[in-house]
Design a protein around this ligand. Structure first.
Ligand SMILES: [Fe+2]
Length: 317
């Protein structure tokens, strides 16, 4: 089996700065395979409202902007995209209409997500296709289903979600789902559905010990899945000394599948604050964590050779 250097990152939540760093990682780390593990789209729209012929206003990160001229607008739009929000140029009456209508708001969100991912796919093609770098982008539980269409359109990017794909001789299964979260995200599924999905995909692989499990949600109780316990109002439950009580929120189905199949690698994300690496039997499982809102790309660099992980490095930059 071939020698392989993989760069894995995840949960960049719309941050264009992080996506550009992800693409640059191929050259910077001399990686021939890039894998993005899900939650790639943003969560916030920032309206830039036209107030006069050439004047606009916007609220961004608690600051009010009065912008004269399109150049100023374009500069702010770029800053908005860099942190993972979606700028949207509009006028007062249109924005009032959208804000008052959940359906219209959702449709706009989907449109902006699609436009952003289409731009990213194009960027990846322009920068890496001719370099012979393979790019795998898996959606996560936060990403709307419509995003798949854009990823699947590309003849270059591979969307591994719900598939068993080949990564330079290593089989990889992709699952962008999470178990059920308090936020009822588009790709939350029950543990039973998760188990069925993993069963289906592993049945397509002849030797799962050589496999990479690119599964958004980490295995339960692994330490890669520790998050604050939330009450019914989604507020952290506080314990002794007023500190949030931390609990394991990972997937039991993923844990069982890793214990059973003992794949080469588990590549996970989803819980931004649970950065780390653990061994479950012979399987090395990673969660590089996420600091996308600061424009910091967290990742893991992996050297794989002859069916073994030769070396790894958690990265941040
Ligand atoms: Fe997630």
């Amino acid at each position: 089996m071939s020698k392989l250097r993989i760069f894995f990152s995840t949960d960049i939540h719309g941050s264009e700065r992080c996506f550009i760093k992800f693409l640059n990682a191929a050259k910077f780390y001399r990686a021939s395979v890039l894998i993005m593990g899900g939650d790639i789209t943003g969560k916030v729209i920032v309206p830039i409202i036209q107030q006069g012929t050439n004047s606009f206003s916007a609220y961004f990160l608690s600051e009010k902007y009065n912008l004269d001229g399109l150049r100023k607008v374009e500069e702010l739009e770029e800053r908005i995209r860099m942190v993972g929000f979606y700028p949207y140029r509009t006028n007062p009456s249109e924005w009032e209409e959208i804000s008052a209508n959940q359906q219209k708001f959702d449709a706009l969100f989907t449109q902006l997500e699609i436009e952003s991912i289409r731009k990213w796919v194009k960027l990846a093609e322009e920068r890496l296709k001719s370099e012979g770098v393979k790019v795998y982008i898996c959606p996560g539980n936060d990403d709307r289903i419509e995003v798949d269409e854009v990823l699947n359109e590309s003849t270059y990017i591979v969307n591994p979600d719900g598939k068993a794909v080949d990564v330079n001789g290593y089989p990889m299964i992709g699952i962008g789902n999470s178990n059920i979260t308090p936020w009822n995200c588009p790709r939350d599924v029950s543990e039973d559905v998760m188990a069925d999905k993993i069963d289906k995909l592993t049945s397509e692989i002849s030797n799962t010990r050589d496999a990479i499990f690119c599964v958004h949600i980490p295995p339960h109780g692994s330490g890669l899945d520790v998050a604050p316990q939330l009450d019914s109002n989604l507020k952290p439950v506080l314990g002794a000394g007023g500190k949030p009580i931390m609990i394991s929120v990972g997937s039991t189905a993923v844990l069982k599948a890793i214990q059973k199949h003992q794949p080469l690698l588990g590549l996970h994300g989803h819980i931004h604050e649970s950065r780390g690496v653990v061994r479950i039997g012979r399987t090395l499982c990673f969660n590089p964590g996420s600091e996308y809102s600061e424009g910091i790309l967290r990742g893991v660099l992996l050297d794989v050779e002859k069916g073994k992980v030769r070396d790894y490095l958690l990265t941040s930059g």
